[in-house]
Design a protein around this ligand. Structure first.
Ligand code: ADP
Length: 607
């Protein structure tokens, strides 16, 4: 637990800025003041009570009971006032800290490697992060509202007690403090495991729920609402039982605390009563002992709650810390670094003209790591070599699962090649900072990825800061401008989650417009026009290619009719290049390509 606390503190501290620190400092000051006033109050009460009984006043203490009772009330009032102010300053610091941690988390998670994102469960991940941030709030709340003030109170009241009380009472107090420490340590160690379990089961339940939402359309197709809801309920039931276990452990510990309280408070009050009866103590002393015992025991109990609360919060934070420990991709944009890629990208972030921008796959082999352990590889690409000359078009065709998309993932360095090298303009992609590499290439993927925002936002996101006319120009190139203008809200039309309010063809053309706006050196079309008819597809390609710089193009498709004009066609099969050449040459080979072509032609004529 200590190591998690250390990690959590390190992260928390790294995210505090001067705004947070100043306010936390004020909070600490207010905590000290509140504790001081709260420790003084019973003293004023004792002397007030004694003055009322006209006994026991000393030369230093004013004899007016009214003044003393006023002092008592003022001390209590000031103590509470400080607490209220503390809440105000704490709120501001806490909100800023949560904002900073959330921003840091989002930046971190977005930069985690593709392998992480392919494995993740969106709902579970977002709940882990929300829970982790809530954990920080709980931790900080306990730290400033419980642990810190109570410690202050215990120290101050302890000091007053040491001065004003006789050894038997101090003994009782010390024994009760020892009792509390034992019980709390027990509580903290016992509560960590149920707290972790609760966190895991809640994350899993939210993951299940989010998964159902993402797949709501599939659920409707199969009227699987009841079936899916039962799956969610099973996850909820697990969370429920783990919460029950958590509360049982907490309650068991609470009962032990009550035992320590009853013993120590009972012993102190009985001892005081017997001493009053013998005339060794005044009634004021009895009141004082009673007040101090309560005043020190209650904070001690709160301290215990605080420690248990903090342990619970750490159980929540732990999972988030695990994610934060994962290594992110190095985009090389926050620090000065070697940029051999200056040959490709100018200082203003724009790709340079294409001279020498060949894409070379040099004896590339690759396999995905399998399973949770990451051991074992499924070979997907085997010794692949080809060159795409700058400004030319290469098509990669082949059956589904042949490894076509994997080639692109390697080019973008979503994954690292197992053997061989990929070079861009003569530079190994390993040496090109990711920010430059990915700026150079525009991918139009098969599954269009749209944000739940306006069409203008979805196109403009390719190049932040682009003007409306640049966005419209890109939309024209993708042959979607007129269609957008026909919509009642034009470019401000909201596209829905993942673009559900648009047709497949519209989504694809927005995706193409987005790529055009990026104005890259290399276009990668990964089944990017499967929802467009043949003539629109040709017009879009012509516009993208001819109206812009002579970009290099890699087209992945299963529709051979889309790539008749390609400078080279590679037929990929089970991770190897089976045949390569221009369309006519491949037909003359009378091999696998020719068979595929004839099959597709037959289908087209039959259709
Ligand atoms: P294509 O684009 O030609 O349809 P892919 O490159 O997407 O093929 O996939 C090639 C092979 O790699 C397939 O057998 C697929 O199941 C496997 N594969 C793809 N992505 C992963 C992954 N993240 N982890 C493990 N295997 C994968």
């Amino acid at each position: 637990m200590i190591s998690i606390l250390r990690q959590a503190t390190r992260l928390g501290w790294a995210q505090t800025d001067s705004f947070v620190r100043r306010r936390l400092l004020i909070v600490v000051g207010l905590v000290v003041l509140a504790a001081a006033f709260s420790a003084l109050a019973p003293l004023a009460l004792k002397y007030g009570v004694d003055a009322l009984g006209a006994a026991g006043t000393s030369a230093y203490i004013p004899e007016s009971p009214i003044l003393l009772i006023c002092l008592y009330v003022i001390c209590l009032g000031l103590s509470r006032g400080c607490n209220e102010l503390r809440g105000y300053f704490f709120g501001a610091a806490d909100q800023r800290l949560q904002r900073n941690i959330s921003r840091h988390l989002s930046a971190h998670v977005l930069r985690l490697p593709m392998a992480f994102h392919l494995d993740r469960q969106t709902g579970a991940l977002s709940h882990t992060l929300v829970q982790g941030i809530a954990g920080y709030n709980i931790l900080l709340t306990h730290l400033t509202f419980t642990l810190l003030p109570v410690q202050m109170e215990v120290i101050l009241i302890g000091a007053v007690i040491a001065v004003y009380m006789s050894p038997p009472f101090i003994m009782i107090l010390l024994l009760s403090v020892a009792g509390y420490i034992i019980v709390f340590t027990l509580g903290v160690t016992k509560i960590m495991t149920p707290s972790r379990d609760v966190s895991a089961s809640q994350v899993s339940a939210y993951g299940t729920f989010a998964d159902s939402l993402i797949n709501s359309e599939a659920i409707k197709y199969f009227t699987a609402e009841k079936f899916i809801n039962r799956r969610y309920d099973r996850a909820l039931a697990l969370a429920e039982s783990r919460w029950a276990r958590f509360h049982a452990v907490k309650c068991g510990n609470g009962l032990l605390v009550v035992g320590v309280f009853s013993l120590s408070f009972g012993a102190a009050v009985l001892l005081a009563a017997s001493q009053v009866a013998q005339g060794a103590l005044t009634i004021g002393d009895f009141v004082l002992i009673n007040a101090y015992m309560l005043q020190i025991i209650r904070p001690l109990e709160r301290l215990g709650d605080g420690v248990k609360g903090a342990a619970h919060a750490l159980g929540f934070i732990e999972k988030m810390l695990n994610i934060l420990e994962r290594k992110t991709e190095d985009h090389c944009d926050a620090k000065p670094c070697d940029r051999p890629s200056r040959a490709l990208i100018a200082a203003d972030g724009k790709p340079r003209p294409t001279q020498g921008g060949d894409v070379i796959f040099d004896r590339v082999s690759f396999g995905y790591r399998l399973g949770q352990t990451g051991r074992g590889q499924a070979p997907v690409l085997k010794d692949i070599s080809f060159t795409v000359r700058a400004g030319t078009t290469t098509a990669i065709v082949g059956r589904s699962g042949a490894g076509k998309s994997t080639l692109i993932r390697l080019l973008l360095r979503f994954f690292e090649v197992t053997h061989g090298d990929i070079r861009l303009g003569g530079i190994s992609v390993r040496d090109i900072p990711l920010i430059d590499l990915r700026r150079t290439i525009a991918v139009v993927p098969q599954d269009v990825l749209l944000f739940n925002d306006s069409i203008a936002y979805n196109i403009g996101f390719a190049r932040p800061g682009s003007t409306r006319s640049e966005i419209e120009q890109a939309a024209r190139m993708a042959h979607i401008h007129d269609r957008i203008m026909a919509l009642p809200e034009g470019y401000q039309t909201m596209v829905g989650e993942r673009g559900v309010k648009l047709s497949g063809g519209e989504k694809q053309r927005i995706s193409l417009a987005r790529a055009a706006l990026k104005d890259p050196l290399i276009y990668v079309f990964d089944e990017a026009t499967s929802s467009l008819d043949g003539s629109t597809e040709h017009r879009v390609f012509d516009d993208l290619i001819n109206k812009q710089r002579q970009a290099t193009r890699l087209i992945i498709t299963h529709r051979l009719s889309s790539v008749l004009q390609a400078d080279e066609i590679l037929l990929l099969d089970h991770g190897v290049i089976l045949e390569r050449g221009k369309h006519d040459h491949l037909l003359r080979l009378e091999g696998a390509y020719a068979r595929l072509w004839r099959d597709q032609e037959r289908e087209r004529q039959g259709a």
